[in-house]
Design a protein around this ligand. Structure first.
Ligand SMILES: O=C(O)CNC(=O)[C@H](CS)NC(=O)CCC(=O)C(=O)O
Length: 270
């Protein structure tokens, strides 16, 4: 593993795929011009809108998202995490909320379908029933072993509340954990940063968390604060509330140092 720059993209995706892909490319371009070699997009980067509209356009969103990610990786010669997008599931009328990792040649390295679905009545009055349009993934995420970039573990958004998933990633050797998200503004203000820091500290791993921000549609407001956190829990970069990027260096020497200073992974009893 080498030292390199990673970027977490923060955007306000809306219910127009073309607009979202234009915004995403501008931010990928910015990240690459600043030197990023690993770039993550947020959950639902290519479409944020009413659930029924997402389902009606699912085939098209899927096709365009997959094509876009491949093109971006090749054009900018970077490894890209395609935060998440809907992948239609046969005979269900529903989709998997899927994230994929793509290398600079455009090859898919690994994919993961979100296993924890956000079926929550948020105290601000908004109700989320992700399971009404999404089929829960049935497999735990894999860790992609990259000689250059370190071992990369995947997850999506609401997963961040389930530490056992990250322990699994840690058991598989993860050095870097992605948490692409579209956190609600209401839960985000109290939970987002704390949860991300906890996942980084307890697994002594980097956390890269691309995010949705602002008013995506109707009453849907997302928290923003895409961030990169080091294995000690220090926030290296925070994109704030406007669309933009959080960029920081991922260093094997820091991983090694923190794991020496705080060898908690070696002291596990359970
Ligand atoms: O809503 C959409 O348009 C697209 N879907 C999402 O953004 C997903 C599933 S509803 N959101 C989350 O998982 C938020 C989790 C969260 O906010 C928390 O855990 O507090």
């Amino acid at each position: 593993m080498k030292s390199y720059l990673a970027a977490a993209i923060q955007m306000t995706s809306v219910s127009n795929v073309h607009k979202n892909l234009v915004q995403a490319e501008e931010l990928i371009d910015l990240a690459v011009r600043r030197g990023a070699e690993l770039v993550g997009l947020p959950e639902n980067f290519s479409f944020m809108g009413e659930e029924k509209d997402k389902l009606a356009q699912a085939e098209e969103i899927y096709r365009e998202s997959a094509q876009f990610l491949k093109k971006m990786a090749q054009r900018y010669q970077v490894t890209i995490l395609g935060g998440s997008f809907p992948v239609p599931v046969e005979n269900t009328g529903k989709v998997y909320n899927t994230t994929i990792l793509i290398d600079p040649s455009g090859e898919e390295l690994t994919r993961y379908c979100k296993v924890h679905l956000f079926d929550v009545n948020v105290p601000d009055g908004n109700t989320y029933r992700e399971s009404s349009t999404v089929v829960a993934g049935k497999e735990l995420p894999t860790v992609y072993l990259s000689e250059q970039l370190g071992n990369i573990g995947l997850s999506v958004c609401y997963d961040v509340r389930f530490p056992e998933l990250y322990r699994h990633l840690s058991d598989k050797g993860a050095d870097v954990m992605f948490v692409p998200a579209a956190f609600t503004a209401f839960t985000g203000k109290d939970h987002w940063q704390v949860l991300l820091q906890a996942r980084a500290i307890e697994n002594t791993a980097y956390v890269i968390a691309p995010a949705q921000t602002g008013n995506n549609y109707d009453r849907r407001h997302t928290h923003g604060h895409a961030m990169i956190i080091d294995p000690w829990g220090v926030i290296l970069a925070d994109a704030g509330e406007q669309p933009g990027i959080a960029i920081a260096e991922i260093k094997p020497s820091r991983l090694e140092q923190v794991r020496r200073q705080m060898p908690s992974l070696e002291h596990r009893v359970f």
